[in-house]
Design a protein around this ligand. Structure first.
Ligand code: ZN
Length: 132
């Protein structure tokens, strides 16, 4: 379960996350499958229960991959009045290739960023009186 006294140097969330590596040690793995997260790092024991990227990876894919895919399909349709089968061999593979592969590195990057920036839900501190 790692050495508690060991200081972990900060690692770039982009470098560790996009490769699916643990954001603390950079050696262990984040994923247990294509997009499923492990419960903890097998090298340093970091608990991944903090990780909750939610729809973040899908949001980035929609913004930066789906839109070009739709634009390509519309352009092919408008320019060539292409039959349906042309879209099956052009638009569909382009959409799948631009939408599926980025999900894993994006999710890893977001999980690593959550660890690096200590992001989480805000909590009210006890003993602080409400302003009302
Ligand atoms: Zn680790």
């Amino acid at each position: 379960m790692g050495t508690p006294a060991k200081a972990w140097p900060p690692l770039s969330p982009f470098q560790t996350g996009t490769r699916g590596r643990c954001p603390r040690c950079g050696q262990g793995h984040i994923f247990n499958g294509f997009l499923a997260l492990r419960r903890e790092c097998e090298v340093c024991g970091l608990d991944y229960s903090y990780a909750d990227p939610a729809d973040g990876p899908a949001f980035f894919v929609i913004c930066f991959a789906c839109v070009p895919s739709v634009v390509l399909a519309l352009w092919i349709e408008a320019r060539f009045a292409a039959p349906f089968w042309v879209h099956l061999v052009t638009s569909l593979p382009f959409m799948l290739l631009t939408c599926i592969p980025p999900l894993r590195p994006l999710k890893g990057w977001l999980v690593a960023s959550q660890y690096f920036y200590k992001a989480g839900e805000s909590r009210l501190k006890s003993g602080v009186s409400s302003p009302s």
